[in-house]
Design a protein. Structure first.
Length: 260
Protein backbone atom coordinates (compact mmCIF):
# COMPACT_ATOMS: atom_id res chain seq x y z
CA UNK A 1 0.00 0.00 0.00
CA UNK A 2 1.17 3.52 -0.73
CA UNK A 3 2.17 5.25 2.55
CA UNK A 4 -0.37 7.78 3.82
CA UNK A 5 0.62 11.06 5.48
CA UNK A 6 -1.72 13.61 7.04
CA UNK A 7 -1.18 17.34 7.52
CA UNK A 8 -3.15 19.33 10.08
CA UNK A 9 -2.46 22.97 9.33
CA UNK A 10 -3.61 26.18 7.68
CA UNK A 11 -4.15 26.90 4.00
CA UNK A 12 -1.80 29.34 2.25
CA UNK A 13 -3.62 30.93 -0.69
CA UNK A 14 -0.26 31.73 -2.29
CA UNK A 15 0.65 28.03 -2.38
CA UNK A 16 4.04 28.49 -0.78
CA UNK A 17 3.57 27.20 2.76
CA UNK A 18 0.97 25.47 4.92
CA UNK A 19 -1.26 22.73 3.58
CA UNK A 20 -0.18 23.37 0.00
CA UNK A 21 3.53 22.99 0.78
CA UNK A 22 2.87 19.91 2.90
CA UNK A 23 0.95 18.08 0.19
CA UNK A 24 3.72 18.77 -2.34
CA UNK A 25 6.33 17.51 0.11
CA UNK A 26 4.32 14.36 0.81
CA UNK A 27 4.09 13.61 -2.91
CA UNK A 28 7.79 14.28 -3.46
CA UNK A 29 8.58 11.83 -0.64
CA UNK A 30 6.37 9.13 -2.16
CA UNK A 31 3.29 9.41 0.06
CA UNK A 32 -0.40 9.97 -0.52
CA UNK A 33 -1.23 13.18 1.30
CA UNK A 34 -4.41 13.99 3.18
CA UNK A 35 -5.33 17.11 5.13
CA UNK A 36 -7.34 18.67 7.90
CA UNK A 37 -7.47 22.43 7.36
CA UNK A 38 -7.71 24.42 10.60
CA UNK A 39 -7.60 27.94 9.14
CA UNK A 40 -7.80 29.77 5.83
CA UNK A 41 -5.26 32.52 5.30
CA UNK A 42 -5.28 35.29 2.72
CA UNK A 43 -1.57 35.08 2.00
CA UNK A 44 1.02 35.70 -0.70
CA UNK A 45 4.79 36.14 -0.85
CA UNK A 46 4.63 39.51 0.90
CA UNK A 47 2.46 38.67 3.90
CA UNK A 48 -0.75 37.47 5.54
CA UNK A 49 -3.70 39.85 5.32
CA UNK A 50 -6.48 37.75 6.90
CA UNK A 51 -7.04 34.54 8.87
CA UNK A 52 -10.35 32.68 9.12
CA UNK A 53 -10.42 29.90 11.71
CA UNK A 54 -12.24 26.66 10.91
CA UNK A 55 -14.59 25.57 13.74
CA UNK A 56 -13.06 22.79 15.88
CA UNK A 57 -15.94 20.40 15.19
CA UNK A 58 -15.26 20.72 11.46
CA UNK A 59 -11.54 20.08 12.09
CA UNK A 60 -12.46 16.94 14.01
CA UNK A 61 -14.84 15.93 11.22
CA UNK A 62 -12.00 16.15 8.69
CA UNK A 63 -9.78 14.03 10.90
CA UNK A 64 -12.48 11.41 11.39
CA UNK A 65 -13.17 11.26 7.64
CA UNK A 66 -9.52 10.60 6.84
CA UNK A 67 -8.79 8.12 9.64
CA UNK A 68 -11.97 6.07 9.18
CA UNK A 69 -11.68 5.59 5.42
CA UNK A 70 -8.16 6.20 4.09
CA UNK A 71 -6.03 5.68 7.18
CA UNK A 72 -2.93 7.47 8.40
CA UNK A 73 0.62 6.14 8.72
CA UNK A 74 2.05 9.40 10.11
CA UNK A 75 0.90 12.97 10.66
CA UNK A 76 2.21 16.48 11.15
CA UNK A 77 0.78 19.63 12.62
CA UNK A 78 1.65 23.11 11.41
CA UNK A 79 -0.26 26.34 11.98
CA UNK A 80 -2.98 25.62 14.56
CA UNK A 81 -3.85 29.23 15.43
CA UNK A 82 -5.87 28.89 18.65
CA UNK A 83 -6.08 27.02 21.94
CA UNK A 84 -9.49 25.58 21.10
CA UNK A 85 -8.20 24.13 17.82
CA UNK A 86 -5.17 22.65 19.59
CA UNK A 87 -7.46 21.05 22.19
CA UNK A 88 -9.62 19.49 19.47
CA UNK A 89 -6.61 18.15 17.56
CA UNK A 90 -4.91 16.84 20.72
CA UNK A 91 -8.08 15.11 21.91
CA UNK A 92 -8.43 13.32 18.57
CA UNK A 93 -4.77 12.34 18.22
CA UNK A 94 -4.69 11.01 21.79
CA UNK A 95 -7.50 8.66 20.75
CA UNK A 96 -5.81 7.81 17.42
CA UNK A 97 -2.05 7.71 18.05
CA UNK A 98 0.27 7.75 15.01
CA UNK A 99 3.87 8.92 14.51
CA UNK A 100 3.50 12.68 14.85
CA UNK A 101 5.64 15.65 13.84
CA UNK A 102 4.69 18.87 15.63
CA UNK A 103 5.97 21.96 13.85
CA UNK A 104 5.25 24.75 16.36
CA UNK A 105 4.40 27.41 13.79
CA UNK A 106 4.05 30.69 15.65
CA UNK A 107 4.89 33.52 13.24
CA UNK A 108 4.98 33.64 9.43
CA UNK A 109 8.22 34.60 7.70
CA UNK A 110 6.52 37.92 6.91
CA UNK A 111 5.99 38.57 10.62
CA UNK A 112 2.26 37.78 10.80
CA UNK A 113 1.23 35.91 13.95
CA UNK A 114 -0.09 32.41 13.17
CA UNK A 115 -0.56 31.21 16.76
CA UNK A 116 -2.47 33.28 19.28
CA UNK A 117 -0.38 34.24 22.30
CA UNK A 118 -2.66 32.48 24.77
CA UNK A 119 -2.38 29.23 22.76
CA UNK A 120 1.35 28.65 23.26
CA UNK A 121 0.91 27.05 26.69
CA UNK A 122 -1.81 24.75 25.32
CA UNK A 123 0.43 23.73 22.41
CA UNK A 124 3.20 22.74 24.80
CA UNK A 125 0.97 21.02 27.35
CA UNK A 126 -1.28 19.10 24.97
CA UNK A 127 0.66 18.39 21.76
CA UNK A 128 4.31 18.10 22.81
CA UNK A 129 3.65 14.91 24.83
CA UNK A 130 1.95 13.32 21.79
CA UNK A 131 4.77 14.18 19.38
CA UNK A 132 7.35 11.77 18.06
CA UNK A 133 9.44 14.87 17.39
CA UNK A 134 8.96 18.64 17.39
CA UNK A 135 10.68 20.81 14.78
CA UNK A 136 11.01 24.46 15.86
CA UNK A 137 13.33 26.78 14.02
CA UNK A 138 15.80 28.76 16.09
CA UNK A 139 13.43 31.71 16.53
CA UNK A 140 10.56 29.48 17.65
CA UNK A 141 12.82 27.50 19.98
CA UNK A 142 13.96 30.68 21.71
CA UNK A 143 10.35 31.86 22.02
CA UNK A 144 9.33 28.56 23.59
CA UNK A 145 12.26 28.60 26.04
CA UNK A 146 12.49 32.22 27.20
CA UNK A 147 15.77 32.99 28.92
CA UNK A 148 18.05 35.93 29.50
CA UNK A 149 21.05 34.04 28.09
CA UNK A 150 21.66 33.06 24.48
CA UNK A 151 21.35 29.28 24.47
CA UNK A 152 22.91 27.01 21.85
CA UNK A 153 20.74 24.73 19.73
CA UNK A 154 21.82 21.79 21.92
CA UNK A 155 20.78 23.62 25.09
CA UNK A 156 17.49 24.70 23.53
CA UNK A 157 16.79 21.12 22.43
CA UNK A 158 17.37 19.85 25.96
CA UNK A 159 15.04 22.49 27.43
CA UNK A 160 12.34 21.66 24.86
CA UNK A 161 12.70 17.95 25.54
CA UNK A 162 12.14 18.70 29.22
CA UNK A 163 8.81 20.31 28.29
CA UNK A 164 7.51 16.89 27.23
CA UNK A 165 8.61 16.26 23.65
CA UNK A 166 10.09 12.81 23.03
CA UNK A 167 12.60 14.25 20.56
CA UNK A 168 13.49 17.69 19.23
CA UNK A 169 14.99 19.00 15.99
CA UNK A 170 15.99 22.65 16.17
CA UNK A 171 16.22 23.40 12.46
CA UNK A 172 19.15 25.24 10.94
CA UNK A 173 17.62 27.77 8.58
CA UNK A 174 18.24 30.63 11.01
CA UNK A 175 21.42 31.59 12.80
CA UNK A 176 25.04 31.62 11.73
CA UNK A 177 25.51 27.87 11.33
CA UNK A 178 23.34 25.88 8.93
CA UNK A 179 22.89 22.81 11.14
CA UNK A 180 19.79 20.92 12.24
CA UNK A 181 20.25 19.78 15.84
CA UNK A 182 18.53 16.53 16.84
CA UNK A 183 18.15 15.47 20.48
CA UNK A 184 16.20 12.37 21.48
CA UNK A 185 16.73 12.55 25.23
CA UNK A 186 19.98 10.61 25.03
CA UNK A 187 21.96 11.60 21.96
CA UNK A 188 22.80 14.94 20.37
CA UNK A 189 23.16 14.67 16.59
CA UNK A 190 24.26 17.58 14.41
CA UNK A 191 22.94 17.35 10.84
CA UNK A 192 24.72 19.77 8.47
CA UNK A 193 22.41 21.54 6.01
CA UNK A 194 23.55 23.11 2.76
CA UNK A 195 22.41 26.73 2.79
CA UNK A 196 21.26 28.38 -0.45
CA UNK A 197 20.65 32.07 -1.13
CA UNK A 198 17.92 31.55 -3.71
CA UNK A 199 15.59 34.32 -2.60
CA UNK A 200 12.89 31.67 -2.25
CA UNK A 201 12.59 30.11 1.19
CA UNK A 202 8.86 30.58 1.85
CA UNK A 203 7.59 27.19 2.99
CA UNK A 204 10.98 25.67 3.87
CA UNK A 205 9.93 24.84 7.43
CA UNK A 206 6.67 23.29 6.30
CA UNK A 207 8.51 21.26 3.68
CA UNK A 208 10.97 19.99 6.30
CA UNK A 209 8.33 18.86 8.79
CA UNK A 210 6.08 17.39 6.10
CA UNK A 211 8.95 15.42 4.59
CA UNK A 212 9.85 14.16 8.06
CA UNK A 213 6.28 12.92 8.57
CA UNK A 214 6.28 11.31 5.13
CA UNK A 215 9.50 9.46 5.88
CA UNK A 216 8.01 8.23 9.17
CA UNK A 217 5.04 6.98 7.12
CA UNK A 218 7.53 5.12 4.94
CA UNK A 219 8.99 3.43 8.01
CA UNK A 220 12.26 5.33 8.46
CA UNK A 221 13.75 5.76 11.92
CA UNK A 222 14.16 9.20 13.49
CA UNK A 223 17.74 10.06 12.55
CA UNK A 224 17.45 8.75 9.00
CA UNK A 225 14.17 10.63 8.53
CA UNK A 226 15.71 13.80 9.99
CA UNK A 227 18.58 13.64 7.52
CA UNK A 228 16.18 13.06 4.63
CA UNK A 229 13.99 15.97 5.69
CA UNK A 230 17.00 18.29 5.97
CA UNK A 231 18.14 17.35 2.47
CA UNK A 232 14.66 17.80 1.00
CA UNK A 233 14.17 21.24 2.56
CA UNK A 234 17.60 22.38 1.38
CA UNK A 235 16.91 21.14 -2.14
CA UNK A 236 13.51 22.86 -2.14
CA UNK A 237 15.15 26.19 -1.30
CA UNK A 238 17.85 25.68 -3.96
CA UNK A 239 15.11 25.05 -6.55
CA UNK A 240 12.95 27.87 -5.16
CA UNK A 241 10.81 30.02 -7.41
CA UNK A 242 12.20 33.48 -6.64
CA UNK A 243 10.53 34.91 -9.73
CA UNK A 244 7.05 34.31 -8.28
CA UNK A 245 5.68 37.27 -6.33
CA UNK A 246 7.22 40.44 -4.98
CA UNK A 247 8.42 38.93 -1.69
CA UNK A 248 10.28 35.81 -0.62
CA UNK A 249 9.37 33.25 -3.28
CA UNK A 250 8.02 29.76 -2.58
CA UNK A 251 10.29 26.76 -2.24
CA UNK A 252 9.98 24.02 -4.87
CA UNK A 253 10.39 20.49 -3.54
CA UNK A 254 9.12 18.92 -6.76
CA UNK A 255 11.46 20.50 -9.33
CA UNK A 256 8.94 22.29 -11.50
CA UNK A 257 11.52 23.75 -13.85
CA UNK A 258 12.69 20.29 -14.81
CA UNK A 259 9.11 19.24 -15.50
CA UNK A 260 8.38 22.31 -17.62
Amino acid sequence: MVPRALTIAGSDSGGGAGIQADLKAFAAAGCHGTSAIVALTAQNTTGVTAVHEVPPDVVRGQLEAVFVDIGVDAAKTGMLFSARTIEAVADFLAEHPVPLVVDPVMVASSGARLLEEDAVETLVARLFPLATVITPNLIEARALVPTTSLLSRAELAERLHALGAAAVIVTGGHGEDAVDHLYDGERHVAIPVERHQSGASHGAGCTHSATLAALFARGLALEEAARGAAAAASRAVAQGLAELGAGDGPVDVIGLREIS
